[in-house]
Design a protein around this ligand. Structure first.
Ligand SMILES: [Zn+2]
Length: 127
């Protein structure tokens, strides 16, 4: 698992199209699998032991999707360059990440923010 902030930018429009197509394919596969899990669960009775297993699978898939580089969990973009946030191990589009980072910096400047272990203002969840 990565533990550093990192941005992956693709400038070449052809490579951007390839990246976006791959994200689309993964998105479609995730939607299809989620739909199948929901359908399968809906066929079970309330006391069926498979029910919580199916719900758990769906939750894990949903979490993996939201944390993936394929989608920004804030704005839903599937076509932007992404920045990895080590604080919650998720990818955000560059714009959303920067907005949150700036928010924490501003709050730190105003003294309205959490302190790190050394008593210094911290940028919190968006280093
Ligand atoms: Zn975004």
């Amino acid at each position: 698992m990565m533990n550093k902030k990192r941005t992956i930018s693709i400038k070449d429009p052809r490579l951007q199209r390839i990246r976006n197509s791959l994200r689309y394919i993964i998105s479609e596969a995730t939607i299809k699998e989620t739909g199948e899990l929901v359908r399968e669960k809906s066929k079970t009775n309330i006391d069926d032991p498979r029910r919580p297993i199916l719900a758990n699978k769906r939750d894990k898939l949903d979490t993996a999707w939201k944390k993936s580089i394929c989608v920004c969990p804030t704005c839903g973009s599937r076509t932007n360059d992404m920045t990895f946030n080590p604080a919650n191990e998720s990818w955000f589009c560059v714009k959303c990440y920067q907005e949150r980072h700036d928010f924490y910096i501003e709050k730190a400047r105003q003294g309205e923010i959490w302190k790190d272990g050394g008593g210094r203002p911290s940028t919190g969840w968006f280093p």
